[in-house]
Design a protein around this ligand. Structure first.
Ligand code: AMP
Length: 291
């Protein structure tokens, strides 16, 4: 595995792979890698002969009171995990290299970024789409893989690629979960043992919505309420939202179909967790680590 830091090095590494006729897959991450990231690399490998991964904790997408400074970082461990995941080029740019000065031009993520994560985290998706566009401009991938775990982000990136005619195919891969259902996240390291047990309420809340959907309920508000009831019953957990969402518009769905997503966000102390499920697939469609 080749490890590069500067933008010119990454451009050169990417050009060399493409000159060799290789289709290039790309997995952008913020590091502190886990099995979810490893799975995205495997999905990229199915679509492309060569795989590049970036690790960059993007300051632009963190709000003033958020966890940018304490976001977990471990470059040596990430290098080893990326190599074992079959990554060909690992790009670890510095903040100074990515933002030599404060950008004056950024991506406007539009109406699909107004609700849910966008409402709770103002400016978050402008920061995400700006860095993703910059990463794409350097790597020039044929295909980029994003996790459904961050479903609003994945939908926005896909829509940015379509609306701005970016020459990249955006693939969305299923969420990888712990054996008890908790979605893997770099932020799970913040959870103490009690909070870790309570965090399973997120996937249980999604399962409640899926079961109601399977019993025939199609009212979006009723499905959202079923998920919310599980979250609200969990001590020490504060619900940010539980919603049934039309993925095409990222607005609440009045009537739920198989393609609709139930998404939840909750806080356990200072830790904010998100999760979601596609109603037609259920949690069985996701990856699950052995217990
Ligand atoms: P992050 O490093 O958290 O910014 O995530 C980088 C990419 O990995 C994003 O596309 C995420 O959606 C994806 N990802 C994060 N957690 C998971 C997971 N549990 N399963 C699958 N993909 C994930």
């Amino acid at each position: 595995m080749r490890v590069v830091e500067t933008l010119p090095e990454m451009r050169e590494a990417s050009a060399a792979l493409r000159a060799a006729g290789q289709r290039l897959g790309f997995v952008p991450t913020m590091g502190f890698l886990h099995a979810g990231h490893v799975h995205l690399a495997a999905v990229a490998r199915k679509h492309a002969a060569a795989v590049a991964m970036s690790i960059f904790v993007n300051p632009l997408q963190f709000g003033p009171g958020e966890d940018f400074a304490r976001y977990p970082r471990d470059a040596a461990r990430d290098r080893a995990l990326a190599a074992s995941a079959g990554v060909d080029v690992l790009w670890m740019p510095s903040p100074e290299a990515m933002y030599p000065e404060e950008p004056r031009v950024t991506v406007d993520p539009g109406p699909m970024a107004r609700g849910f994560e966008g409402a709770v985290r103002p400016g978050h998706f402008a920061g995400v789409l700006t860095v993703v566009l910059k990463l794409f401009a350097v790597v020039l991938p044929d295909v980029a893989v994003f996790g459904r775990k961050d479903v609003q982000q994945a939908v926005l990136v896909r829509r940015m690629a379509a609306d701005l005619d970016l020459p990249v195919e955006v693939v969305v891969a299923p969420t990888v979960r712990e054996s008890d259902g908790l979605a893997l996240s770099s932020r799970n390291v913040y959870l103490d043992p009690v909070a870790r047990r309570r965090a399973v309420a997120l996937s249980r809340s999604l399962q409640a919505a899926v079961e109601l959907f399977r019993s025939g309920e199609r009212d979006g508000a009723a499905l959202a309420a079923a998920a919310r009831a599980v979250l609200d019953a969990e001590p020490g957990l504060a619900t940010d939202y539980a919603a049934c969402i039309d993925p095409a518009t990222f607005a609440p769905a009045a009537r739920a179909s198989d393609a609709c997503v139930v998404a939840v966000a909750a806080r356990l102390g200072a830790t904010r967790l998100i999760d979601n499920v596609v109603l037609g697939e259920g949690l069985e469609g996701d990856g699950r680590l052995a217990g």
